[in-house]
Design a protein around this ligand. Structure first.
Ligand SMILES: Cc1ncc(COP(=O)(O)OP(=O)(O)O)c(N)n1
Ligand SMILES: Cc1nc(C(=O)O)sc1CCOP(=O)(O)O
Ligand SMILES: [Mg+2]
Length: 800
């Protein structure tokens, strides 16, 4: 494997603290091979910029072509670009590499106050580079110049970020160091839909020369290594904080930051010593590859997972605008309709923008790539992109012709889809196409190690592991979900990869099943929250595959399959399985509420958003338990929540609860399943990864993982194990996990970030003076944890 490659296009700082020099040092430190295109030379030191010599735009272009055509790049950044002519040269060359992630650091003024960009060049920066930027990283003064806004506070930074994204940048990171926000610096990260406020302590140092260059170089390095933009930004900020903290005195003015931050200086020193021997240069850090997730084979957990999305689709009836091929147009419309969405099949370019902007999801299927469809797709894509509407791209037959390849590249760069749904051949062709564009070689000549030989020349079908790898690599490259469908469907966001083991071979014998599933994915994404998108896409694939499986079992052949498939899709989504939404799981305790207070407290928790309730009463006599059970069953049904009984299978059956929760000393899961049947929900308590794996094998549907923190509610709970227990169990299973014991609003987010899907509580809700408000606050805390985990791109733990 070669090195991840990071390219900087910037000016030289003879003082070495900023510009090209800072970038290359940062690239090297962060495990990437750095290359450079110099735009200007500055005679500069820590006291200021003494003279600037610009290079000719033609020579800048020459350098850029040299680097890209030979070494290539996995990510690039721009820094000081000096003039509009240089910006134009850079923009024109980068147009030929639309897939190359680009970090634009809009350098205008040095820390010393000296200008580094012609005033006339700001417009070129705005119109030629911002639309090409994967992420733009202005500080407050730069954001003001680019947007014309007066930025005085965080709200102003948010507005500036919004405008920068409206100008075409995919992400905007507006850095707040210049604002007076006390001991804390707040940076704003915006992806066109959601703001993240990234807070970090202000480091009081004068040695800040090159901070902007270093941060943007670090972001570039992490993107080159395969991190999502948001992960790259967070990691880059951590590096930047250390570089500032560890800055040392150098020169007579504002000294540079310490690019060695975090390095093993002893090892580096030994490199040059005669006595210590040569220390091998460490291998660049491999792209993080968290273990793949495989969902259980059974359909039930998938249907639960899909249920919240299905319920939302049925309730909200999202409009899905589909521009699709002529062969399958009717099937695509029917599939969207069957899951409860409202399809609009419109391909006239004149109305494409209006309809796309008025929809909740856009399907772009390139199967009929004539001029009409092409123009309609581009117009709709841009409108949807601007409005933040999820776009699902189906690159039908992308390997077949250059026309389709060019169209896909244009759509990817101008529209930035939320998801790409491809079959295996298309996924492979896309991968090859991107590699080829990056190295400047014709696609057919790209033959590298790994999965690629298998893509070409009729080689055997790649293994599931290789397909997962391709999906994850494509997702990282394209910053979107990538689903590759086949006997096993694989979907990845670049960090997490899920598999769906459903479907039926007969599905391959009907025209347009791939096109249909694309519309279903669009409907699910239309109602998904940002951090749910991977799960939503996987659930869409699963629902479609399960419908296909059921339909195939009921028909004589492929002729009748499409009709029965639509019936199954309709049935599965019209009366969805009860959603098992484990985010807030509330457990009763009449010792806290009084027996008469149990139902009112549970009802308040349900109003506050809890969707799972467990009857756990260790001391009540059975008749009282039955009475409470009946009442709780009724109230939970009213709220569409799941109702479970602790320990007592007999009581669960008698009151027609949805299932039971069992501990290690209770009825074994297999025996409970035999008694309760396949549709009941059975939860199991586990205290280790081994117990989790055993419970999953035994057929548990979810796991209660604890004790996480200390509790007053269970006398025989063992010693608190902390969130590490959640992390370990998460690694061992793909079942839904609820963290339990001592959970409250303040400590719920870390448990969720460690991999739990929800929290199970007694005291935090049933012991609260206002259980409704307490439930609402706790659910919000869980949501915060889920959102953070979603942004980190994986289910629990830090993969790097
Ligand atoms: C969601 C959830 N997780 C764990 C438990 C504990 O069950 P168990 O270990 O059987 O202990 P008791 O609750 O029976 O004392 C639970 N009840 N719920
Ligand atoms: C029922 C239960 N089971 C636990 C386990 O560790 O398995 S801890 C616990 C009590 C949870 O109550 P609270 O939210 O008040 O701490
Ligand atoms: Mg028990």
């Amino acid at each position: 494997m070669g090195y991840p490659r990071a390219l900087t296009i910037a000016g030289s700082d003879s003082g070495g603290g900023a510009g090209i020099q800072a970038d290359i040092k940062t690239f090297q430190m962060l495990g990437t091979y750095g290359t450079s295109v110099v735009t200007a030379l500055t005679a500069q030191d820590t006291t200021g910029v003494h003279e600037v010599v610009e290079l000719s735009p033609a020579f800048v272009m020459r350098q850029l072509e040299a680097v890209l055509s030979d070494i290539g790049a996995d990510a690039a950044k721009t820094g000081m670009l000096a003039s509009s002519a240089i910006i134009e040269a850079v923009a024109r060359t980068l147009e030929t590499r639309p897939e190359l992630p680009l970090v634009v650091d809009p350098v205008m003024v040095a820390k010393s106050g000296d200008s580094l960009l012609d005033p006339g060049a700001v417009e070129a920066l705005r119109t030629r580079l911002l639309p090409r930027a994967t992420v733009v990283t202005p500080n407050v003064p730069e954001a003001q110049v680019l947007t014309g806004l007066a930025v005085r506070d965080v709200a102003g930074m948010q507005e500036a970020a919004r405008q920068l994204v409206a100008m075409g940048a995919r992400w905007a990171l507006v850095k707040g160091g210049h604002l007076d926000t006390g001991d804390e610096v707040v940076d704003v990260l915006f992806d066109g839909r959601h703001f993240e406020l990234l807070r970090h302590p202000r480091i009081r140092t004068v040695h800040t020369h090159g901070t902007g260059c270093t941060l943007s170089a670090a972001i570039t390095a992490f993107i080159a290594r395969g991190f999502h933009v948001d992960q790259a930004v967070r990691r880059a900020q951590r590096y930047m904080q250390s570089a500032l903290e560890q800055a040392r005195e150098l020169g007579h003015g504002r000294g540079p930051t310490n690019h060695w931050a975090g390095a093993d200086l002893e090892a580096i020193r030994r490199l040059g010593s005669t006595s210590g021997g040569v220390v091998p240069v460490p291998e660049p850090a491999p792209t993080p590859q968290p273990p793949p997730e495989t969902w259980p084979i059974g359909a039930r957990p998938w249907l639960w997972r899909a249920a919240p999305f299905v319920q939302r689709i049925r309730a909200e009836r999202p409009t899905i605008h589909a521009i699709t091929n002529l062969v399958t147009i009717q099937r695509v419309a029917s599939a969207a309709l069957a899951v409860g969405a409202a399809p609009i099949m419109a391909d006239a370019p004149q109305e494409a923008e209006t309809l796309a902007a008025a929809s909740r999801g856009l399907v772009l299927n390139i199967g009929t790539p004539d001029d009409l469809h092409l123009e309609a797709m581009l117009r709709a894509a841009q409108a949807a992109s601007r409005a933040g509407i999820p776009i699902v791209l189906d690159p039908v037959g992308v390997g077949a012709t250059t026309l389709r390849q060019q169209l896909v590249l244009r759509l990817i760069t101008t529209a930035r889809p939320s998801a790409i749904k491809a079959n295996l051949a298309e996924g492979m062709a896309l991968w090859e196409l991107l590699r080829a564009r990056e190295t400047g070689q014709p696609a057919v000549e790209v033959r590298q190690a790994g999965v690629e030989p298998a893509l070409l020349g009729g080689a055997p079908r790649p293994s599931l592991e290789q397909i997962r790898d391709v999906a994850a690599c494509l997702a990282r490259r394209l910053e979107c979900l990538v689903a590759i469908t086949g006997p096993v469907d694989v979907v990845s966001d670049g960090a997490r990869t899920l598999e769906v083991h459903h479907g039926h071979p007969l599905m391959g014998d009907i025209t347009g099943s791939g096109c249909m599933v694309t519309a279903v994915v669009a409907a699910f994404l239309a109602v998904a929250r940002p951090y749910e998108r991977l799960d939503a896409a996987a659930a869409a694939l699963a629902v479609f595959a399960i419908a296909g499986q059921r339909a195939a079992g009921a028909v004589a052949g492929p002729g009748t399959l499409p009709a029965v498939l639509l019936d199954e899709l309709d049935a599965l989504t019209r009366q969805p399985a009860r959603a098992f939404d484990p985010r807030l799981y509330v457990i009763t305790d009449s010792r806290r509420t009084g027996v008469a207070g149990v139902v009112p407290a549970v009802e308040a928790a349900l109003r506050g958003g809890s969707r799972v309730v467990q009857l756990r009463e260790k001391t009540l006599p059975t008749p009282a338990l039955l009475e409470l059970g009946h009442a709780l069953r009724d109230v939970t049904r009213q709220y569409g929540a799941v109702f479970l009984v602790n320990d007592r299978i007999d009581v669960a059956k008698a009151v027609q609860a949805d299932g039971v929760h069992l501990g290690t000393g209770d009825m074994p899961v297999e025996r409970a399943r035999a008694i309760l049947g396949p549709e009941s929900i059975i939860g199991a308590s586990v205290e280790s990864a081994a117990e989790a794996a055993a419970a999953a094998r035994a057929g548990a549907d979810y796991l209660g993982v604890g004790p996480v923190y200390a509790t007053m509610s269970k006398e025989d709970a063992g010693a608190a194990r902390g969130i590490e227990l959640v992390r370990q169990v998460r690694k061992a299973t793909h079942l839904p996990i609820v963290a339990i014991s001592g959970i409250d609003e303040s400590n719920a987010p870390p448990a969720i970030e460690a991999g739990a899907d929800g929290v199970a509580v007694i005291a935090a809700v049933m012991g609260a003076p206002d259980p409704e408000a307490a439930a609402r606050r706790l659910l919000a805390a869980v949501e915060r944890g889920l959102a953070r985990r979603g942004l980190d791109g994986h289910r629990g733990g830090d993969a790097s």
